[in-house]
Write a protein that binds this ligand. Structure first.
Ligand code: NAD
Length: 301
């Protein structure tokens, strides 16, 4: 079993760290939120007073932070933790960030004789809790082989996408599709409801028809249709609108850099931006359905 430092214990990182503890690893954890630290301390993790303190004796460092700037600050900033890590240690960077940021961290790590994999995840908070996440990994395959036992303590599927940054590119393509699917599913459900259909009945029909998709079957955006999804708890927890907006921005950057047209990605980005600006940035991204229900909502309920 390894000594693992875990930085970033939010909606995803918290349950992922708990699964590492359950698998018998020794954990040092750090987060800016004291309530997040308390949960891990009660489960048996050692709470560090800083990120630098957390990584000092760790063989593996897992990070799960909001965005590129947090990750670059953590590893490469003034008090960056790479300088405080043991040579021969390994970084598993699981946040969704720009491929260029992942490559920067990998280069700086290599210069300090530290291995690095970009290993963003899919599967949502449900997958993080159940330990069934999908990892999309960028970096050398022999490094990935050594990381497998730790990744499989948090997930079920591990894909090697290519060299450093490739895991992030795969994740960005996936999340652009997810953002489009959630918006499209919301539009279809809102249309049905505005015309008198019961959203549960409509969801059941479309789940067995050609419109079926992950958001409809596992993450329904209409409150009350499904238990244990953010829509049924006031869109709290889950995957924030601002995080989806960040990912659609990363997709737009990747598209600009490769001259790839992404008209649907652009429309989805504009929708989530409008939703965030209306004050919903911290709500789960399935609350995008409110954009489609604003006009005449409740008319034919
Ligand atoms: P979150 O906002 O719930 O958690 C982020 C955590 O990082 C918070 O607890 C925050 O206090 C902590 N943090 C921020 N800066 C820090 C720092 N400098 N040092 C220590 N801790 C710091 O976000 P999340 O939903 O857990 O998402 C984390 C990452 O995973 C994001 O990149 C997101 O895009 C990605 N992701 C999220 C989901 C999801 O369903 N929520 C799914 C797949 C991927």
């Amino acid at each position: 079993m390894s000594h693992i430092a875990f930085i970033g214990l939010g909606n995803m990182g918290g349950p992922m760290a708990l699964n590492l503890l359950k698998a018998g690893h020794v954990l040092s954890v750090f987060d800016l939120s004291s309530s997040a630290l308390t949960v891990l301390a009660e489960a048996g993790a050692g709470v560090a007073s800083s990120a630098r303190d957390a990584v000092a004796d760790a063989a593996i460092v897992v990070s799960m932070l909001p965005a590129s700037r947090h990750v670059e600050q953590l590893y490469l900033g003034e008090d960056g933790i790479i300088q405080g890590m043991r040579p021969g240690a390994l970084i598993l960077e699981c946040s969704t960030i720009a491929a260029a940021s992942a490559r920067k961290v990998a280069l700086a790590a290599a210069a300090a004789d530290i291995g690095m994999l970009d290993a963003p995840v899919s599967g949502g908070t449900g997958g993080a809790i159940a330990g069934t996440l999908t990892f999309m990994v960028g970096g050398p395959s022999q490094v990935l082989d050594s990381a497998m036992p730790v990744l499989l303590a948090m997930g079920k599927n591990v894909f090697h996408a290519g060299e450093h940054g490739a895991g992030q590119l795969a994740k960005i393509c996936n999340n652009m599709l997810l953002g489009i699917l959630m918006a499209g599913t919301s539009e279809a459900l809102a249309l049905g409801m505005a015309n008198g259909l019961d959203p549960k009945v409509l969801s059941d029909i479309m789940s067995k028809s050609s419109g079926r998709n992950w958001t409809l079957e596992l993450y329904n955006p209409v409150p009350g249709v499904m238990d244990n999804v953010p829509a049924s708890r006031g869109y709290r927890g889950g995957f924030g609108v601002d995080l989806m907006l960040k990912d659609l921005g990363l997709a737009a950057e990747a598209a600009a850099g490769s001259a790839s047209p992404i008209p649907l990605g652009d429309v989805a980005r504009a929708l989530y931006a409008e939703h965030s600006q209306s004050g919903s940035g911290q709500l789960d991204f399935s609350s995008i359905i409110e954009r489609f229900r604003a006009v005449g909502a409740g008319e034919a309920q």
